[in-house]
Design a protein around this ligand. Structure first.
Ligand code: ADP
Length: 747
């Protein structure tokens, strides 16, 4: 616990060190310009002891003109865009005139005045300024590659400052960084390409860099000058030196650079999108003093570089974003008109892979998995989808190191070290997964990782800056190239487009369904009306034929009598057919009376009726396991089982006939809360040839002559099909001719 606190203290207090660098003096003033604090080196520069200055008004030190200039600078500093702003001040001392470059800024309710001695009395002219950095602007504008641009910048900064080594250091998202450009004295070992862990420039230090734009430490080994008194009497707080140019460097930073052999440091912050993007870091092996003019020039150059950097990066990103957008719109246009959705997702050019620059892709819909490009196998993808269903809440998930969170992925890291999951529908298991292969990276670290903390004499832990800066190679495994935000956006845009297309298709389907329902109903009521009306004239024909047989038989010869008998038989057959039609149209039209039905009870009734009508016959009805309770219309389902069971025995010429009724272990998940069972009625009968297996469900379709197998109308299976359609289910048959048939159905 103690160690954590002291570690935080060390970094979190670097903005209030209570001391400054000794190459200048600091005077902290109240808002009424009374001196509240001074650095302990004032006598050396101002020829006045601290006690002669403290609690005195500032005009005891400077004349009215200087004070007005300080006040003006304070106002302009608050609005200034170029930092630091400074002022030339002259002080009359017993040793003669002394000249200073002064900066002033406000920190909370305190005015901080910093003075650095200078030889020059005149401010830098525009001409000087232009000659220092003016030529670099047109050169920058001519570079088109980030690497050329950064190279130009380090060369220029080295030129202006004369430092031994100038580097551009770029941060990554984690806060670690690498050297992307370097200009150095030949004898120095190169740092270009080296990576630095996040802890080398910890968050509080990065915050100060983001704020200050320029950090200048001319002599890292110089003794600090403490503030007197340590706490500000006006605020009773330690003085916040976040924006003070003279702020002393924390021990950790000093030691870090000393270990590197650095004695002077100048750091120019590079800001992009209001965030610290990187640093121009200048090192010198000996102390190095720069005039305020040069530092102003460097600060200005830093701002130009920041601006141009944004341009370069934004242009690069925009080009890629535009490309993805174009690809997506072409892709969506090509799939929206297609009939087969999955086919459409796989085939078009540009393809799914291009939309996010992936190496492989898997589409999962209703448990069907389709693979494109370099991917893991179907079963591996299935398990991965299972895992993402259980672990990922959002519609979009991306990782560039899948094996680290899903260890099974080690087996297919070559295809899928990076994963992007897009969920379109959880219920239909509609997922698109993109994969990226492992990219084995060699990272050149600046020095081997060492313990970050060391134990102080008091037993506390304090940050321990890296000692060795010799190249240390580390290998990054099980990682793909990272997914960019614009790629994630592209995936989300695709999701929105797909949902739109699916919704349109659903609308179309709903319309077609409605139309179909209407025409089915019309057909049913037509069949009902037609067959109902047919019955009456048929009855007339039948009755008159019977009258003719009974009363006029003596007037006819044998042939005439036979014709009349055939006529009576035909009317009877026609009556049966009309009854079938009536039944069919009735099933189509009447409201379903659904209720929860225990199929065991229902089958008991069907079977006992069946046995009663076939007494003395040798047959066996097996139900291997208890049947479930389902919601259905019991009258219709009774009719369904009756038809199937009677067919099972009717089309059966075995000595020992049997039928088995049951359901399959696998159930069909239709939606979250309804499950469908696949039932079957299996017999050891004559079987059905493959070419007839669909035909038999047609109305009045029989495979045999009228009298064979006990005759029939060819309506039983058509009625069974209609009953199942009404329940939203279906029926089909599997059969081996000569061995038996199994009728499957879903209710
Ligand atoms: P029907 O039994 O009145 O002919 P169905 O519609 O019930 O009418 O059956 C249509 C045809 O399908 C039958 O004529 C028969 O050829 C065939 N069939 C039906 N069930 C079976 C079965 N279990 N085994 C073999 N053939 C069958």
């Amino acid at each position: 616990m103690t160690s954590t606190i002291s570690q935080e203290q060390n970094y979190n207090y670097i903005h209030i060190p209570g001391a400054i660098q000794p190459h200048g003096v600091l005077i902290a003033l109240s808002l009424s310009l009374q001196i509240e604090q001074v650095s302990d080196n004032v006598e050396e520069f101002l020829s006045k002891k601290p006690e002669d200055l403290l609690n005195q008004p500032l005009h005891n030190l400077f004349g009215a003109e200087e004070i007005r200039a300080i006040e003006d600078l304070l106002v302009s500093t608050q609005h200034a865009s170029i930092s630091p702003n400074y002022l030339k001040l002259t002080l009359n001392t017993p040793e003669g005139e002394k000249h200073f470059d002064a900066t002033v800024h406000k920190s909370d309710r305190i005015i901080i005045l910093e003075l650095e001695p200078t030889l020059s009395r005149t401010e830098m002219s525009f001409v000087n300024f232009r000659s220092m950095i003016g030529d670099v602007i047109p050169q920058i504008q001519q570079t088109s590659k980030l690497s050329d641009f950064t190279r130009l910048v380090v060369d220029k900064v080295k030129d202006i400052t004369g430092f031994d080594r100038v580097m551009i250091f770029r941060f990554d998202a984690s806060g670690a960084g690498s050297v992307i450009a370097e200009a150095k004295q030949e004898e120095l070992e190169p740092y270009l390409g080296l990576h630095y862990p996040e802890s080398d420039i910890p968050e509080p230090a990065r915050k100060l860099y983001a704020r200050g734009l320029l950090r200048y430490i001319p002599d890292l080994n110089a003794h600090k000058s403490n503030l007197i008194p340590l706490n500000n009497p006006y605020t009773a707080q330690p003085l916040d030196l976040s924006d003070a140019t003279l702020r002393s460097c924390d021990d950790c930073c000093v030691q870090y650079h000393q270990n590197m052999g650095v004695s002077a440091l100048l750091v120019i912050s590079l800001i992009q999108d209001q965030k610290l993007w990187g640093l121009i870091s200048c090192h010198n092996s000996t102390p190095k003093y720069l005039t305020s003019d040069i530092r102003t020039g460097c600060g200005f150059l830093g701002q130009i570089v920041s601006l141009e950097l944004s341009n370069q990066i934004i242009t690069e990103e925009l080009d890629y974003k535009d490309k993805l957008k174009l690809l997506l719109s072409q892709f969506v246009a090509s799939i929206s008109s297609a009939d087969n959705f999955i086919d459409a997702l796989i085939h078009p050019k540009p393809c799914l892979l291009d939309l996010v620059t992936a190496g492989g892709c898997a589409i999962s819909l209703d448990n069907e998995i389709t693979l494109v490009g370099a991917t893991p196998g179907v079963e591996e993808v299935r398990s991965l989808i299972e895992w993402s269903q259980n672990t990922i809440d959002d519609d979009l998930f991306a990782t560039d190191s899948l094996p680290k969170i899903y260890p099974l992925a080690q087996a297919f890291k070559d295809f899928a070290s990076g994963l992007l999951v897009l969920r379109i529908s959880r219920i239909r298991r509609f997922y698109i997964l993109w994969f990226r292969p492992e990219v084995i990276q060699t990272v050149n670290w600046a020095g081997a990782p060492e313990p970050l903390y060391q134990v102080t004499d008091e037993g506390n832990l304090k940050p321990s800056p890296r000692k060795s800066f010799e190249l240390w190679k580390g290998t990054v495994l099980l990682t793909s190239s990272p997914w960019l935000q614009c790629e994630l956006d592209s995936a989300i845009d695709l999701r929105n487009a797909l949902v739109g297309i699916v919704l349109n298709k659903t609308d179309e389907l709903a319309k077609i369904n409605l139309e179909l329902q209407r025409s089915n109903q019309e057909l049913d009521s037509f069949a009902y009306a037609a067959s109902h009306d047919l019955k009456e004239p048929l009855r007339g024909i039948h009755n008159y034929s019977n009258i003719l047989i009974e009363d006029y038989a003596h007037l006819l010869d044998a042939e005439g009598l036979e014709y009349l008998n055939t006529l009576v038989n035909l009317t009877q057959r026609m009556d049966t057919l009309i009854n079938v039609l009536l039944r069919l149209s009735q099933i189509g039209q009447t409201e379903l009376r659904k209720q929860f039905v225990d199929l065991n009870d229902l089958l008991n009734i069907v079977i006992s009726m069946f046995r009663a009508s076939r007494q003395g016959e040798n047959f066996d009805i097996r139900i291997p396991k208890q049947l479930p309770v389902i919601e259905c219309d019991p009258v219709l389902v009774n009719e369904l089982f009756t038809n199937l069971i009677s067919n099972a025995f009717k089309y059966n010429d075995q000595a020992h006939k049997w039928v088995e009724i049951g359901y399959l272990e696998e159930q069909i998940q239709k939606s979250v809360d309804t499950t469908s069972f696949v039932f079957y009625v299996k017999d050891n009968g004559i079987g059905i040839q493959p070419q007839h297996q669909e035909l038999i469900f047609r109305l009045f379709k029989r495979l045999h002559s009228k009298e064979k197998y006990g005759g029939g109308t060819g309506a039983g299976l058509a009625i069974a099909k209609k009953i199942l359609q009404r329940h939203g289910g279906k029926i089909w048959v599997e059969s081996t001719y000569g061995q038996g048939s199994t009728f499957f159905f879903i209710l």
